[in-house]
Design a protein around this ligand. Structure first.
Ligand code: CTP
Length: 402
């Protein structure tokens, strides 16, 4: 968990006393821990204890009482690699499930882009109640992980299911999560995404329909596994989520080329997803072209430089370079030819003709073809899932071949 950033939410349950062991264990594992407490949690354990153990001031109010400084739940939500809420009371679970943002912990939860782990702790009847179970189901449907409570003696003196899972088990769950998702920690990734715009005059350009969705999904998939991603993107209306993604906005193929050539030497992986214009107008016209009736207009186009081919030339043996191909005929043969010509390690063949694929949609169906001739057909899936498959394939390629 070295360097992993964890928001640790603590709520008002007697199990809050176990957070001492949890915070200590996470810090020992090398994690950076920011404790956020609900007001009621402070009745069970003091902020001073958790601040001392986590080596950071604890946050529990929207403003600091001392200097009136605003505690930004949005920044905190974006900072985290994971959020753990332990213990999570029935009340907090209910608020999380229903978006009742009346304390710093819930606002942080609602702003959090990272995976969330919830360790409920409460009396057996509260845990078994339909309201609690429905709320937990709702949180599962949001993609949150519920760390099931244990059965045993409860603070009420009753026996049953409701005891918060033991700190060592919670730490193991996080350790396992980060061992998969932290596999690219310290690795650098370069991505090109979106279309390029080639200027004709100050108000017109030649562009294409690329939405950038595939490139952005890939950047998130790499960042989720701990990589530091530099994404060079043409003009798109998308936003990045993970703070590990550094975004460089460009407009033309020339600008994308310069940025890619600059950043490639420090990259362990590069995936070229951008729909780069093959041609640009030979001359840029400084003034807006005026309409002339009954006169045909000719714009002479010249070649843009091929970014993929250039990076293929620059590539060192320990670097992995992947590209995309979009073909309308002889797709596999053309993709293989591109893979070779551009010295790529992997090419992702898109099929524009199929339903649910192509520009602007959230799904895709691809074939992965590597430099050894292996072919893997990936069925129609969301671009997020396809990105996970591509990233896993590239990681395996690097382990096996490099
Ligand atoms: N590519 C690039 N720079 C260019 C053109 C393409 O980096 N100037 C990259 C794309 O990002 C993609 C791969 O090369 O990863 C293949 O793109 P594609 O447009 O299919 O290849 P072209 O060589 O342009 O071939 P064609 O347009 O003739 O099919």
């Amino acid at each position: 968990m070295n360097g992993k950033r964890i928001i640790f939410g603590v709520t008002g349950s007697i199990a809050a006393c176990k957070t001492v062991f949890l915070v200590r264990a996470l810090i020992k594992e090398g994690a950076e821990v920011q404790v956020v407490m609900t007001p009621f949690a402070k009745e069970f354990i003091t902020p001073l204890t958790l601040a001392t153990l986590s080596r950071k001031p604890v946050i529990s109010e929207f403003f600091s009482n001392r200097d009136g400084m605003w505690n930004s739940h949005v920044d905190l939500g974006l900072w985290a690699d994971a959020m753990l809420i332990a213990p999570a009371t029935a009340s907090t679970i209910g608020k999380m499930a229903n978006g009742i943002a009346d304390n710093m912990l819930i606002t942080t939860y609602l702003s959090c882009k990272a995976p969330v782990f919830i360790a409920p702790a409460m009396d057996l009847d509260m845990f078994a109640h339909q309201a609690t179970q429905q709320n937990l189901d709702k949180l599962r449907s949001f993609g949150n992980t519920i760390i099931e409570p244990e059965t045993g003696e409860l603070a009420s003196g009753l026996e049953g299911k409701g005891r918060m899972s033991e700190p060592t088990d919670i730490v193991n769950i996080l350790r396992q999560f980060f061992s998969i998702n932290g596999i690219l920690c310290g690795k650098k990734v370069l991505i090109t995404a979106g279309p390029t715009y080639e200027k004709i005059d100050p108000v017109r350009f030649i562009g294409n329909y690329s939405s950038g969705k595939m490139g952005f999904a890939l950047a998130e998939a790499f960042a989720k596994r701990g990589a530091d991603v530099t994404m060079i993107t043409g003009p798109v209306s998308l936003k990045t989520q993970n703070t590990r993604i550094k975004r460089i906005d460009v407009e033309s193929a020339d600008e994308m080329y310069e940025a890619a050539v600059k950043h490639f030497p420090k990259s362990n992986y590069a995936v070229l997803c951008a729909a780069v214009a093959d041609y640009k107008p030979e001359n840029k016209i400084a003034e807006k072209i005026k309409r002339e009736n009954n006169v045909a207009m000719t714009i002479r186009l010249v070649n843009n430089r091929d970014i993929a081919a250039k990076l293929g030339e620059m590539k060192q043996p320990d670097q992995i370079l992947a590209g995309f191909a979009l073909e309308t005929k002889d797709d596999i043969a053309n993709a293989k030819e591109k893979l070779k010509r551009k010295n790529l390690d992997l090419i992702v063949l898109n099929s524009l003709a199929e339903k649910g694929t192509g520009f602007g949609v959230d799904t895709n169906k691809v074939m992965l073809i590597d430099k050894h001739g292996n072919k893997v057909a990936v069925p129609l899936k969301s671009k997020t899932e396809i990105s996970d498959d591509i990233v896993d394939y590239l990681i395996n390629m690097k382990i096996i071949w490099v």
